[in-house]
Ligand binder design. Structure first.
Ligand SMILES: [Zn+2]
Length: 202
């Protein structure tokens, strides 16, 4: 997924208890964990070539997956108390795993989950680059979470995974209502819809 979608999904995840137990700092840490792998996307500042060569590799491999959430939880527990370490570590780890899972599920852009032990990439390519339906589901969930945090997060996350499950069964539908829902409606619409996903380039 793209960065704003990772932020939205992590925010929804935090509504299942972290926000209630650890407040805004807990939520912020879960969001950071959910975005952490995309640190390797900062290479775009250096050059497009660097970005294409290392994005979905350096930050999506074993070192950050194993160490990142623990470091975030240690940081958080220094403010929230030692008893927060375990729960924060767990939620940050789940948030990071969700990032990796959605990256693998979306697009045909392999993610090297076992780097540096293996350069093998995984990509299910269930969702097209400009399929904005999951984006809108996540954003609607976040909007609803302002009023009903846990309930809206549950509905949003459930709808998101139902859509992913449906796309796993119906891959790349091009015609009819399925084709329309799976991205057809976004073809030719104003670019502002793509901007919502953080895509200002394609
Ligand atoms: Zn990523």
């Amino acid at each position: 997924m793209k960065l704003p979608e990772h932020i939205a999904l992590s925010f929804l995840l935090a509504q299942f208890g972290v926000q209630q137990q650890h407040g805004p700092l807990g939520t912020a840490l879960v969001i950071v964990a959910g975005c952490l792998p995309d640190l390797d996307g900062l290479g775009i500042v250096l050059s497009w070539k660097f970005y294409r060569r290392y994005h979905r590799i350096l930050g999506h491999g074993l070192p950050l997956t194993c160490g990142g959430p623990l470091l975030l939880a240690l940081f958080g527990s220094s403010f929230l108390g030692a008893e927060a370490l375990g729960p924060l570590w767990l939620w940050c780890q789940v948030s990071l795993f969700l990032h990796l899972f959605t990256d693998v599920a979306f697009y045909n852009w392999p993610v090297q989950l076992l780097w540096p032990l293996s350069r093998r990439g995984a990509a299910f390519d269930l969702i097209g680059w400009n399929d904005l339906t999951p984006t809108l589901i996540l954003y609607a969930g976040c909007l609803g979470a302002a009023f009903w945090p846990a309930a809206s997060a549950a509905v949003g996350v459930a709808a998101f995974f139902l859509y992913l499950g449906w796309r796993a069964l119906r891959q790349a539908p091009a015609v009819g209502w399925a084709g329309w829902l799976a991205g057809g409606w976004a073809v030719g619409v104003h670019p502002v819809w793509r901007w919502l996903t953080g895509d200002f380039i394609s």
